[in-house]
Design a protein around this ligand. Structure first.
Ligand code: NOJ
Length: 550
């Protein structure tokens, strides 16, 4: 593996509270997770991204912290967490955690202190207005569930700003004391042994909110400061950021104009995510080709993180209204499947009609495209959602481990579970679980294991360059290639239903004979690349050559 481990990583994200419950209280915990590290090692993932681990009233699933310097007691102790880091490292797995510093919970002692008096120590740690802002809905993130962003606090006798829910007051990063505290929090966790952070809501962290100004100034240089700080504390630590901004705004999040990525190492590729959904809905690769063509060139060391599903809604806000309607028609036809006027609250398997061929196609596409793939827990066995749960909880149900009661997630009484397990229908745990799939070499889980291992043998996918192979292809087919010092791979994906033949003979392999390394079925071995068969929803990963140094 090269020095930039993150560009060859396979990231797996999970919520501790819905993963495995070791002590039987109905809430997943760190000891439970430690017991499943071997499962994760076998799956082949190399980095865990843990959703918020801090204590919190859980009004936004932990994205409302009350103490940044410990773990939620329901998950275990800080000692358990240190053990997790140790046990994960023994298996070659790194751990990164969510860093939520745009805001805190309103229960956080800092906010309690801030509201208590105008001259309190923490008053300037938050964003206040003495007068009622003209526009109290400035910059809302959760339309339909959120009513305002400026809320009056009687105790404080002032209005405070919250980008998200009212119980999540924004921290004021213009205040040097807040900046220093954020650095201290990062140092603390790095010292404990995490390999970096998934930074929540980055564009909002750096925004200096001014009442009535929808174009408030921002402190972009704070990201440079954080990067320097993190790198001094731990040279190989990474910052993976959520920054769903306009494409022309993205480069400054990676780095300043100097040409190297001196701010954030990795950004989630929201633009690609939306285009992938559109391509799958239309059965036409054009939106992906456009995304590859239009995405900004990254500075040296900058990297995309790709995903199909994460813990939030599928955010289609960067598509046009017509495109969004097309995706809804295919993947979210019922109103109950949609959320916030922009997204879908479903798992991928159910969106794709639980069609195994389409699920493989979609994940093969994601993992072969440029960037570092991020996989959400439960996707590897094809879990579904529970639309009877409110909001995004639909896709945050407990991991389905076995045929045992509560899907083997917990031995607690069902009514004590942090969230109900899915126990009915085609996605119920008796049909979809790890135990069943672990012993079936044809299962989706076995496929994910094989696919991830194949990817890890092709580091050029993450660290090399990815380009569309612009040759005439049958409708529905995407051809792309990855080139790096470790070699060259070419990929074919058929988003349509018809069997086709593809001619890639203009791709002269430099030396080796091309070989199939992964495909949806056994095709006759590649020889001349001129008549490559590809079934409907089929895919082929073909190695063209190995780098001479490997
Ligand atoms: C983004 C997180 O992904 C989401 O789950 C959360 O609600 C908001 N940030 C607020 O922290």
């Amino acid at each position: 593996m090269g020095d930039r481990w993150y560009s060859e990583a396979v990231v797996y994200c999970l919520d501790i509270d819905t993963y495995v419950d070791f002590d039987g209280d109905g809430v997943g915990d760190i000891r439970g997770l430690i017991g499943r590290l071997d499962y994760l090692a076998r799956l082949g993932v190399t980095c865990l991204w843990l959703h918020p681990v801090h204590p919190s009233p859980k009004q936004d699933d932990g994205y409302d912290p009350t103490d940044f310097y410990t773990v939620d007691p329901r998950f275990g102790t800080l000692g358990d967490f240190a053990d997790l880091l140790h046990q994960a490292r023994n298996r070659g797995i790194r751990v990164i955690i969510d860093l939520v510093v745009n805001h805190t919970s309103d229960q956080h002692p800092w906010f309690q202190s801030a509201r208590s008096a105008p001259d309190s120590l923490h008053r300037d740690w938050y964003v206040w207005s003495e007068h009622e802002p003209d526009n109290r809905r400035q910059g809302m993130v959760f339309p339909g569930e959120q009513h305002e962003t400026w809320t009056y606090d009687r105790t404080a006798r002032a209005w405070y700003y919250h980008r998200f829910y009212p119980f999540q007051p924004d921290l004021n990063v213009a205040n040097p004391a807040v900046r220093a505290e954020i650095k201290k929090i990062m140092s603390f966790w790095l010292q404990l042994g995490v390999s970096g952070f998934r930074m929540d809501a980055v564009p909002f962290i750096i925004e200096q909110t001014e009442p009535g100004n929808s174009n408030s100034p921002r402190h972009i240089e704070f990201l440079t400061e954080l990067r320097q700080h993190v790198q001094w504390r731990r040279g190989d630590a990474v910052l993976l950021a959520e920054a769903n901004v306009e494409p022309d705004q993205l480069p400054v999040f990676f780095g300043d104009s100097g040409g190297s990525a001196n701010r954030l190492h990795m950004l989630f590729d929201f633009m690609l995510n939306g285009r992938l959904m559109l391509a799958l809905a239309r059965q036409d690769p054009e939106p992906v080709i456009e995304a590859l063509r239009d995405s900004p060139t990254l500075p040296e060391g900058g990297q995309w993180a790709t995903f199909l599903r994460n813990h939030d809604e599928i955010d289609l806000s960067r598509l046009t209204a017509e495109q969004r309607t097309e995706v809804y028609a295919q993947f979210g036809p019922d109103e109950s499947m949609r959320i916030y006027d922009r997204g879908i609250r479903r798992r991928l398997a159910s969106m794709l009609g639980n069609d195994r061929r389409r699920i493989e196609l979609a994940y093969s596409l994601q993992f072969s495209l440029r960037g570092t793939p991020v996989l959400r827990y439960g996707e590897e066995i094809g879990m579904g959602e529970d639309l009877s749960l409110p909001g995004r909880q639909a896709i945050r149900t407990p991991m389905q481990w076995s045929y045992q009661p509560n899907a083997g997630f917990s031995t607690a009484e069902p009514e004590k579970l942090v969230r109900p397990v899915i126990d009915k229908g085609e996605f119920g745990y008796e049909r979809v679980n790890v135990t069943a799939q672990r012993r079936d070499p044809k299962s989706l889980l076995a496929w994910f294991e094989r696919m991830i291992r194949t990817l890890r043998e092709a580091p050029e996918c993450g660290s090399g360059s990815t380009t569309h192979v612009d040759v005439p292809t049958p409708p529905g087919v995407l051809a792309h290639r990855a080139d790096g010092s470790t070699g060259t791979m070419v990929f074919l994906h058929n988003l349509g239903t018809d069997d086709v033949e593809v001619d890639l003979s203009m791709l002269e392999p430099e030396a080796d004979l091309p070989i199939d390394v992964l495909s949806d079925r056994n095709y006759e071995p590649v020889e001349k690349l001129d008549r490559l068969r590809l079934a409907g929803y089929g895919y082929r990963w073909i190695r063209l050559c190995r780098g001479r140094d490997f």
